[in-house]
Design a protein. Structure first.
Length: 156
């Protein structure tokens, strides 16, 4: 009955204490529904100086969504996070790093500055949409640094 509560109750406070103790800056990518359920947690993250980025509405699978639905969910997510913190998010990490053919177009419509979902390099690079620079910088991730791949790859 308590599934999903540990992160907000125990995990995030411990992570913040560790980051603060070692003066490490970080970004938190948060599904909007999680932000709605744990508003105080998200406000604490923001007040303590950490960035909050878009991470979907409820961790949906973007690649199966039509453009209009993905766009609506991403804009609602940005609005929700902005309402919680007073600052509009400028970056996104797509849920499960699931990047649809429409994700970059929607990020561009949101005027995002960066994405952190792709893995084409170990260094940051500019993203292209229809062969043109978008002004969105990719901050690449790597599955090897994430334990989720060992535990969750068959969930869909």
């Amino acid at each position: 009955m308590a599934s999903g509560r540990y992160g907000a109750r125990v995990g995030v406070p411990r992570i913040l204490e560790l980051l603060n103790r070692h003066d490490v800056k970080a970004s938190f990518y948060v599904p909007a529904v999680a932000a709605l359920l744990h508003t105080e947690e998200q406000q604490r993250v923001f007040v303590e100086g950490y960035k909050i980025g878009i991470h979907s509405w409820i961790h949906e699978l973007n690649s199966v969504l039509p453009y209009e639905v993905e766009r609506d969910l991403m804009f609602r997510s940005a609005d929700t996070l902005e309402k919680n913190t007073g600052i509009r998010p400028v970056g996104l990490r797509s849920p499960s790093r699931d990047f649809s053919p429409n994700t970059l177009r929607i990020e561009s419509e949101l005027d995002l500055l960066y994405d952190s979902s792709l893995m084409a390099d170990e260094d940051c690079y500019d993203l292209l949409l229809d062969g043109k620079l978008t002004g969105i910088v990719e901050v690449p991730v790597e599955w090897i640094r994430d334990d989720a791949v060992y535990f969750m790859m068959h969930r869909f």
